[in-house]
Design a protein around this ligand. Sequence first.
Ligand SMILES: Cc1cc2nc3c(=O)[nH]c(=O)nc-3n(C[C@H](O)[C@H](O)[C@H](O)COP(=O)(O)OP(=O)(O)OC[C@H]3O[C@@H](n4cnc5c(N)ncnc54)[C@H](O)[C@@H]3O)c2cc1C
Length: 540
Amino acid sequence: MKSGWIERDAQAAVDRYGQFGHAADFALRVYSTRLLGRDPKLVLHGGGNTSVKTTVKDQLGEDVEVICIKGSGWDMGVIEPAGLPAVRLEPLRKLRKLDKLSDEDMVNFQRINLLDSSAPNPSVETLLHAFLPHKFIDHVHSTAVLALTDQPDNKALVQEVYGTRVAYVPYTIPGFALAKSVADVFDKNPGVGGTWHQNRYPGARVDIPSRVYSHTCAMDYDFDHLFAPQKENERYTNWLADHFGIREHLRLSTEVLSLRWLEESGTWEVLIRNARGEQERLFANAVISAVGFLDRPALAEFPGVKQFKGRIFHTTTFDSTLDLSDKRVAVIGTGASGMQLVPDLQPLVKQLSVFQRSPGWVISMPGYRDPLPEDVRWLDRNVPYYRHWTRFSLAWAFGDHLIYNLWSVDPDWKDKDSLSAANFKVRERLVSYLKEKVGHRPDLVEKLLPKYPPLSKRYVVDNGWFDAVQKENVELITDDPIDHFTETAIVTKSGRNIPIDVAVLATGFRANQFFWPMEIHSAGTAWQLCSRGTPRSPSA
Ligand SMILES: Cc1cc2nc3c(=O)[nH]c(=O)nc-3n(C[C@H](O)[C@H](O)[C@H](O)COP(=O)(O)OP(=O)(O)OC[C@H]3O[C@@H](n4cnc5c(N)ncnc54)[C@H](O)[C@@H]3O)c2cc1C
């Protein structure tokens, strides 16, 4: 195809429209719209529209981000600046949050966001252009493309000619539904934050420094703690969503139920359950899974649990509204969540029975819960790149590269409780900390000393765990597994009957089944799909 662009004419348009206060990008949009509109092979039946995203000054002289898009009634071939009315971009983008929008409401919303109230109606495809990130968008009805798409086997023909350079969207009447189908982020939760939206149990907090647990592109954020608690992490993720304009792409309370790879069209069929509980079928050229591997709870199924008359919930659905002051509570599991929960739960309950399968190695972290000192926060706010420096130095201090030799196995090392001389030294320090905390209680030392070498699984930061298990209202039950539940109690294998009112399952996640219960159907294995250069998915 021959380009109609002539540099001299383009510059003339910039000069001509510039005299009336129009920016160069807008002037070039008028020029290029005319070029497209003038060629009947590109705009069959006069169809098509163009847009540019730019900044203009409003009545107060303030900069406003707008989309200038073809207005109805204008012919692209002879268009003038008045034919590309400016609409405020920010409110348009926010519409992505909605599930539905009638044509009347869409037209009204577009009109009330015009900078000039006397301008023509912006195109019916304004939202489609606004939701796409590109600065210049050309929408044409070219005869060559229509010759392919107007055939019964159009997808195959288009794919043969254009390969993966095109995106297919199934036919939808122009308007809100079409605009929404361009790019979506689905999350089954009603709020942003994933792990930090879901895990609200008392004591939930990061175990690596928050500066490290943040994005390098999003450092412009004040943390209150070196190790942020759940609320602060959730606040950070919400700030990310606002700061990077992600919210308008989100469809919350929307669960992806299945993905099916359609070989003939080269698209994914995505089955979702939307916020109203209805199933919808959508199509996508690419699907990126960010489901997280610690999202779906592993719910231990104990015999008799259905008869239990008290409350039972997993740490991910901890009910903080319950008054536990007169309750006998069981915490089942002492992994990372259980050990974080117990110190904060203990003061809230009458009696706490902690069921431990095996103890974890616990490291001392003085000041773990403390807020950041005001002088550090001042440095954060005022010294350029101080946050970056902190991030780097903490990442280095906590990095796996430094502890790699601590968890490597020395084949010549004979001690069964450690992996190497270096690992032995780590063990000595951890045992010494354990004895410092509970040495006066030999029964607890016996229960809390792990029978495997340190660092063979992730350690837990001492969040007050050692102090909590010594409290009068706490019993640590180990080496006596749960046999079954009754209506009012947990009965252990040894036959002990432990009356309880509330059971908290700190039993972790289905870490090795993280796609579950989503179904993924594809024609081949992940490896086959990768090697064919098509979208990647494990087959199911
Ligand atoms: C209590 C707890 C504390 C942790 N502390 C730390 C720590 O200190 N340091 C550290 O490095 N890591 C920690 N982790 C690990 C943590 O999981 C990761 O750090 C991080 O949150 C993972 O982010 P993600 O976006 O991959 O997944 P997640 O945060 O798990 O987000 C996954 C999202 O996918 C959504 N989703 C899942 N399936 C579907 C579906 N079918 N349809 C639609 N949406 C779906 C979920 O609703 C969720 O919002 C912790 C984990 C837990 C549970």
